[in-house]
Write a protein that binds this ligand. Structure first.
Ligand code: PLP
Length: 392
């Protein structure tokens, strides 16, 4: 029996990628200068309705540059989530600042109630700044997990009250936006002070590796672009007045990105439609439920999550994943909690409950933009069979 294999999330190059890459190579513009970079920046800015966007080398560098630009210094505190990809937190350490882990809510994104409680009960507000153990709580990194918008209305309220910079890790949420409420029309990444995007291979669009930064304060984006290109003040005589980084995107990556951006609207549609199909297929299934997205938002629906019913299924996530893999379906567990990883064991965690709860229950199922309706149906039927076989 020829078994098909359905991957979790793979890149899609059905657009003009080859044409634009050939063009960049033919012109010899392959490095950190070239017209595709500026074109990509313009496309992203238009899509998310931002004034300016700087393309960079990765989502990680986008977050790092945001922290640098926010003035996060050694000894400062940055509030971060425990349940996400570790790249959202590592840049805090690049600045020799300390993370404090704040729990998530049922959207897997930062819980505004616990954030507020931490600020109110554990910190002191003086001289226009919030302090925890005499250390300045300088910034919050909010991750829009799996393309789901965090509760930005509440988070921005708290951040403004305590004068904390908000960095949105929108690496998974390009195209996610509010459609109702006070932030209606606003895209993920354009609500806080800074927004970071990633174009890694598994994201909704890819440049192989790559990222972008935007800011509500558009002048800061020019400075970020300057920092990302070694802070060159005079191109011909190599004058540098600040410490810069080699964080700029290359023109070859941007050539792929321009083609990918042409398809972004289409890819979001497909992700949304496939989600609806999964939703119907899992409706009423009591061993696992498809997790929803925040009301009042339109999500890019980048990743689909099943919440396993742990009252009925005791099998480990490893076993579930292995059994599905044997049936040709690639799935994934949600991340291991960052506060439990070796580099972060000595950092402060504040009431991590939901993150631990979901870490044991969430299974991500195939969500590539190429997946067919037949494949979605096949995945759902196989997942159901495997879970039924494990139920007690
Ligand atoms: C992908 C991702 C990043 C990092 O992006 P890279 O481009 O791989 O550096 C950061 N945070 C989250 C939540 C991500 O999913």
């Amino acid at each position: 029996m020829g078994k098909k294999y359905i991957p979790l999330s793979v890149p899609n190059f059905e657009g003009n990628e080859r044409k634009y890459v050939d063009d960049a190579v033919d012109q010899g513009w392959v490095s950190t200068g070239g017209a595709y970079i500026t074109q990509l920046e313009k496309q992203i800015a238009e899509f998310i309705n931002a004034e300016d966007v700087a393309a960079c080398q990765s989502g990680t560098s986008a977050i790092h540059l945001s922290l640098v630009e926010a003035g996060v210094k050694p000894g400062d505190i940055v509030l971060v989530p425990p349940l996400t990809f570790i790249a959202a937190v590592n840049p805090v350490r690049y600045q020799f600042a300390a993370p404090v882990f704040i729990d998530c809510d049922d959207s897997f994104c930062m819980d505004p109630d616990k954030l507020k409680e931490f600020c109110e009960q554990q910190c002191e507000y003086k001289d226009g700044g919030l302090y925890y153990n005499q250390k300045h709580v300088k910034a919050i990194i909010v991750v829009h997990v799996f393309g789901n918008m965090a509760d930005m209305v509440s988070i921005m309220d708290i951040a403004q009250k305590y004068n904390i910079t908000v960095i949105e890790d929108a690496t998974e949420a390009l195209g996610t936006k509010y459609i109702e409420g006070p932030l209606a029309g606003k895209y993920a990444g354009t609500i806080g002070d800074f927004g970071a995007f990633s174009f890694n291979g598994n994201k909704i669009i890819t440049t192989g590796g790559g990222g972008a930064v935007t800011s509500r304060h558009s002048k800061l984006v020019s400075h970020i672009r300057y920092l990302s290109t070694q802070a060159k003040d005079d191109v011909h005589y190599y004058i540098h007045n600040e410490v810069g980084y080699n964080y700029r995107m290359t023109n070859v990556q941007a050539a792929i990105g321009v083609a990918q951006m042409e398809m972004l609207g289409e890819y979001i549609n497909r992700k949304q439609n496939n989600y609806e199909q999964y939703k119907k297929l899992f409706d009423g299934f009591d061993l696992a439920k498809l997790v929803g997205f925040r009301d009042g938002t339109s999500s890019n629906k980048w990743f689909y999550s099943l919440e396993i019913n742990r009252d009925k299924i005791k099998a480990s996530m490893r076993d579930i994943i292995r059994l599905l893999d044997e049936r040709g379906i690639q799935t994934r567990a949600i991340w291991g909690l960052i506060n439990e990883q070796i580099p972060y064991l000595n950092d402060i965690s504040y009431k991590i409950e939901k993150a631990a709860y979901y870490a044991e229950r969430i299974l991500n199922i195939p969500s590539s933009t190429q997946i067919t309706t037949d494949e979605v149906e096949y995945v759902a039927s196989q997942v159901k069979e495997v879970l039924e076989g494990l139920a007690n």
